[in-house]
Design a protein around this ligand. Sequence first.
Ligand code: FAD
Length: 434
Amino acid sequence: MEAKKVAVVGGGLGGLTTAALLARGGCAVTLYERSKHLGGRAQTTDVEGFRFNLGPHALYRAGAGMRVLGRLGVKPRGRVAGESGGSYALRAGRLHTLPRGPVSLLTTDALQLSSKLEMARLLASLRRVDTEPLTHVPMRQWLDTRMSREDGRALVAALVRVATYASDLDALSAEAAVTQVQLALEAGVLYLDDGWAALVDAVAAVAKDAGATLEVSARVEGVVVEQGQVRGLRLSDGSVRAADAVVLAGSPRDVASLLPEDAVLAKEAEEATPIRAATLELGLSRLPRSEALFALGVDGPWYASVHSAYARLGPEGGAMVHVMKYLSPSSPEATEAELEAVMDVLQPGWREVLVARRFRPALVVSHLLPTASTGGLSGRPAPAVPHVAGLFRVGDWVGSEGMLSDASFASAESVERALLRHAGVAPRRLAVGA
Ligand SMILES: Cc1cc2nc3c(=O)[nH]c(=O)nc-3n(C[C@H](O)[C@H](O)[C@H](O)COP(=O)(O)OP(=O)(O)OC[C@H]3O[C@@H](n4cnc5c(N)ncnc54)[C@H](O)[C@@H]3O)c2cc1C
């Protein structure tokens, strides 16, 4: 049987994973990426020898990404974050021990005694919480039933922020938030050696080895649909490429723009609220306070983490630090000075050892905040576009599994299941480390 011809639009982790899975399953795959480089938001930039990801990136060890990468034989290299060193709660410009386990919970002055007991109870029971009934429950409401005092609520809200990047707890679905915190508690996260570009390169290599063609500087301008069935793509150079199936791996707006007549896709794009963050990347010749590796804002949406403490991200002896503000409708932007102030508390003297820096006032972390009003993760758009045969999408806003890149990986796997079933090719289980 002739292999099914599949076009993938977008060369981020979602598109590349789709291309790799489908090519290994026997499809003839061509991927089109409009920019000069593959990687999308998982790109890594070299600045003065420091490897800067596009904001702080952490791979959930119990998430869909690790599962799918394992099937592709990709083994991410790096270390589990937070295994050593000082982690702090940042409140009113001061550092307090961040309660991460029974001992730090006892010793921290970040919480009153009654909140410590509630927190201990919550942490002990969280893994067993059934998240299915929580799709339409706002996280704030759920939290209010579990923690009676404001200091405890603020700390849990901070833990939810670091796991989901979402700071609008009134909107965020408790199903999505609790599931993501459970994932973090289950096995923690990895910071990756050489940055997330290493992951991009590894997945791209698998796709190419399996026969996929990866075209960069190739902007797709439209999807060709005839009588409700996908026929191919139109590129910006005017050429048309035939395809039996098209997988769109960009944002909701990218998807809608490729089918401008489609009112359903236009509405989806209009209604998708993104999760955003402001980020400051810093390369230092050394760490002024070697033991201070992590700070999480409790009375404000702040984050700072020394990623190089767990991953190879710069010259020997140097330090690569990510600082971030979680943005929300009530705090939609940040100045560089706000982020610098977080560093002043965690690493006083950092300016004297500064080698490289980069500030981004607003990045899209994920294209869709899973809200209680839209039914959380379960309410996100499905990978298969129901009203156009042969049209699919993948990304961190698609499908009912995972947040952030885990959703991109999981939706790629859903498309594999759908297309290989239609093509009559059974999904292959691949050896880890192959
Ligand atoms: C600050 C920040 C922190 C993050 N932290 C984490 C984290 O800790 N853990 C985690 O798992 N995830 C994290 N993420 C999210 C993660 O980076 C993304 O979920 C993931 O990279 C998305 O991959 P994707 O392929 O779905 O989308 P993208 O990477 O956005 O790729 C889409 C690609 O499609 C291309 N494209 C779009 N339209 C067209 C067209 N018409 N023609 C050709 N090409 C097109 C674009 O150029 C782009 O390259 C973070 C993101 C940010 C910004």
